[in-house]
Structures are given as structure tokens and as C-alpha cells.
Design a protein around this ligand. Structure first.
Ligand code: S3P
Length: 433
């Protein structure tokens, strides 16, 4: 959010990315279910975070306005204190909001209508409603697997469930159902998705056993309010890191991306970039509510192609757009395997990435679950269709900042979903001011 001017050519530009989206969502919902007033500093204040705050207010929770630079105060209502919403719960573009609500409301007796924008209405919800139905909740579908959905909650049964996909939103929705419904939940994930929920619950004193990919939650009667400093979002930081690696503008003397959450379940992209030859260093600065934080210092680097394996995809799922863009500047052919989940994100990112790279003169191909990208030195030129997907817009904006590039984005407004001042920060990387 803030950048400081380089004092000499060897000092990196410093940029602090916005608060972590995943942690902000969790903080807002757990604070709403806690007893007492929680204080959240450094929260993300983007459209997605506002969607979460808006629907929680509709459920009777008092939440102070989400304004950049201000602390957010949430007055919790306890695990069973949510109120019947007076109107449909509109989740905007936020899949996390929709899925967390489904889990949270599964144990409440009132019906609740959940919907979202056109992109969100296309995204799959049965991955959450199927296990919640096993617990005893009922759902009225109005659009097949997508939204809108009407939740008819009630008393829940304990759950013992093998998750078909490694998905943190599903895992969290089921834990929220266990928490508000006060029933035990045992899960097995086929891979390790981000573990912010587990860390936050543990930091709040909730008993949770994690052994490899097995997770066992024991119900509690209440959770207490908390204070939290939200770390910077590594997924937003990834765009600044990408620009720095490409040596765009003033970032030739390096970029310090400050105060970034470096939870290992989110750092797959950093590990892949290191394999590609990127020069980056993590300088730890502390721990907040179980989450490690660091500055990431990045220098321009010549990259070689990468081979991303299915096992590492959950740890870099939101970074594939920027990694694919960087792969288009690397030596050789990069392959991203096991990335079919990209088809059900804010857009069909698998097809859209390949199509947009081709539109800019890069050889790229999407198959059922694999993306291949062949690196080139030819300046990218052409039009990019973002389909309103914030991460597609930001990834290609980084590519468009290369010297000699001529990249037109179909729109830029979507960055407000997760990183409202992204273009200002990209400009700071370019100009060093
Ligand atoms: C998120 C989990 C990820 C990620 C999304 C946020 C979360 O999705 O893509 O942007 O906050 O839990 P999955 O549910 O597929 O892991």
C-alpha cells in the first residue's frame, strides 16, 4: 500500500501488499461467532472482504466500516447468535464468502438465500453442500451445482469425510458447520490446502488434531474475541514479485515486498520461482495469531522453465496466472500439471491463460488438467480478455509493463476484488517513487 523512495541505486523500492484475503475472511467470520469485541488491524478492505462484512452484518453482526488504514472492530454474537437475514445474502464475486456461509448457516434453523455475481453463480457449490447434507442440512438448488441456493439448516450430526479435492474453502466450511453446530468433524484431504483456519482455531484455543492430511475437530461451547494483525497477502505480493523478477523499471535495483504472510501452505510459487532461478530472500519479521510474516526481497533474474507437479498445486493455486506469465519469459517450455481446479475459479483460468498468452504471441496450450507455456523474448503485444477476473488482469498488467510491450486489458476495474490500488503499486515498482 505504501512505497518509499530508493535513497540510492542499490536500495530496493519497498511496497507493502494489502492484507491477506483468506485470513481477513476467516478473521471476520470467527470474530462474528466469538464472544466479545475483536480488533482486526491491516484487514483487506477490497470488494471481496466487503462482501463478507456485508453479509455478516445482514446476519446481525456489528462490524465497523472496512477502510484502508483503520482497525476493524467486530462485535461477536457467539456461536449460536446469528439472526435470520432480512434479504438474500449477496456474496458478490467472493467464493470464500459463499462457501463459508453455507457451512456457518447449516446449523441455523432459519432459511437463508445465498447468491452472487454472474461469475460466482457459475462456481461449484455441491462440493460443500454434499458433505453438509450428510451432516443433516438441506439445500434448495435454484441453479444446479451453482448459486443461488437456499440453506435450510438445523441440528447437525458429526461428520467423517474424505474430501475429493484439496480445497481450503470446503475444509473451512465443514469446520464452521462443526463449530456453529457443535458437532465433531473429521476430514481427510487428498493434498494440503492452505491451513489458515486450523492455525486460527488453534490460536483461539479450539482443540484440533492435525496429522498429515487427517484433521479432527472437537466441538467447543464458545470462542473468545481476539486481536489480530493481518499479514500482507502472498497472492497479491506475487504480482509485485513477478514485476521485480522481470526487472521492470526502477525495480532493477530490487523490490522489498514487506510484511507478507509466509505460511508454507501458501508459498508454492516462491519455491517454484526459486527452482526457475529467481533471486529472492525471505527475511522473517514475526508471527501473528499462528501465521509467520516476512519481508521478501526480490532482484531481477533470468528464469528457466518450470515443471509444476500436481502435489504442489494447492500451495500455489492462486499464483498460476502470474507464474504462467513469468514462464512466458523463461528459457524453455514450462508445464503446470494437475491444474484442472483453475477451470472453476473466478473465470476458467486454464483456458483463459492459454488463450491470452497466445493472443500476445506466446505458444501456450491448455489440456484437460495441464497448461504448457513456451518462453520467448518477443515483446508481448495484443489484447487480453480478463473476463472480469482480478488475477488475470493483474498477471497480464505485469507482462504489459515490460519494455516494448503493448498489452491492452479488456478492463482493469476487477483488481478491486483483492487489490484495489494494484495499478498504483505497479507504477511505484516501475518508477521507484
Ligand atoms: C481460499 C482457498 C483457495 C483459493 C481462494 C481462497 C480460501 O480455494 O483459490 O482464492 O481462502 O480458503 P480452494 O478452496 O480451492 O482451496
Amino acid at each position: 500500500m505504501t512505497a518509499s523512495r530508493s535513497v540510492n541505486a542499490d536500495t530496493p523500492v519497498t511496497i507493502r501488499p494489502p492484507g491477506d484475503k483468506s485470513i481477513t475472511h476467516r478473521a471476520l467470520i470467527f470474530a462474528s461467532l466469538a464472544n466479545g469485541a475483536s480488533r482486526i488491524r491491516g484487514a483487506l478492505t477490497s470488494l471481496d472482504a466487503r462482501s463478507m462484512a456485508r453479509v455478516l452484518r445482514q446476519l446481525g453482526v456489528e462490524i465497523s466500516p472496512l477502510k484502508a488504514g483503520s482497525e476493524v472492530v467486530v462485535t461477536g454474537r457467539g456461536l449460536r447468535g446469528l439472526r435470520r437475514p432480512p434479504a438474500p445474502l449477496h456474496c458478490g464475486n467472493s467464493g470464500t464468502t459463499a462457501r463459508f456461509l453455507l457451512g456457518t448457516l447449516a446449523s441455523y434453523r432459519f432459511p437463508a438465500w445465498i447468491t452472487g455475481d454472474a461469475s460466482l453463480r457459475r462456481r461449484p457449490m455441491r462440493r460443500v453442500t454434499a458433505p453438509l447434507s450428510q451432516m443433516g442440512a438441506a439445500f434448495e438448488e435454484r441453479n444446479g451445482d451453482g448459486l443461488p441456493l437456499i440453506v435450510h439448516g438445523g441440528p447437525l450430526r458429526p461428520l467423517d469425510y474424505d474430501m475429493p479435492v484439496a480445497a481450503a474453502q470446503v475444509k473451512t466450511a465443514l469446520l464452521l458447520a462443526g463449530l456453529t453446530g457443535r458437532v465433531a468433524v473429521r476430514l481427510r484431504e487428498p493434498g494440503r490446502s492452505r491451513d489458515h483456519t486450523e492455525r486460527m482455531l488453534r490460536a483461539l484455543g479450539v482443540p484440533l488434531d492435525v496429522t498429515g492430511e487427517h484433521l479432527a475437530f472437537t466441538p467447543v461451547d464458545r470462542i473468545e474475541a481476539f486481536d489480530l494483525d493481518v499479514p500482507g497477502d502472498p497472492s497479491s505480493a506475487a504480482f509485485l514479485i513477478g514485476a521485480a523478477i522481470l526487472g521492470i523499471g526502477a525495480s532493477r535495483c530490487g523490490v522489498r515486498v514487506a510484511g507478507v504472510g509466509v505460511n508454507p501452505t501458501r508459498l508454492g510459487a516462491v519455491r517454484v520461482l526459486e527452482r526457475m532461478g529467481a533471486r529472492l530472500a525471505l527475511e522473517p519479521t514475526g508471527v501473528t495469531l499462528g501465521e509467520p510474516v516476512a519481508d521478501i526481497v526480490v532482484h531481477p533474474s533470468r528464469l528457466v522453465a518450470c515443471d509444476v507437479t500436481p502435489g504442489e498445486v494447492p500451495s500455489l493455486i492462486d499464483e498460476v496466472p502470474i507464474l504462467a506469465v513469468l514462464a512466458s519469459r523463461a528459457d524453455g517450455e514450462s508445464v503446470f500439471r494437475g491444474v484442472a481446479e483453475l477451470r472453476v475459479k473466478e473465470s476458467n483460468r486454464l483456458e483463459l491463460l492459454a488463450a491470452n498468452l497466445r493472443a500476445l504471441g506466446v505458444t501456450a496450450e491448455a489440456s484437460a488438467d495441464t497448461l504448457t507455456v513456451v518462453g520467448t523474448d518477443r515483446p508481448p503485444r495484443g489484447r487480453v480478455e480478463t473476463e472480469g477476473d482480478h488475477r488475470i488482469a493483474m498477471a497480464f498488467a505485469v507482462l504489459g509493463a515490460l519494455p516494448g510491450a503493448r498489452v491492452r486489458l479488456s478492463e482493469r476495474a476487477s483488481v478491486a476484488v483483492s487489490y484495489p490500488w494494484f495499478f498504483d503499486d505497479l507504477r511505484k515498482v516501475r518508477s521507484g517513487a
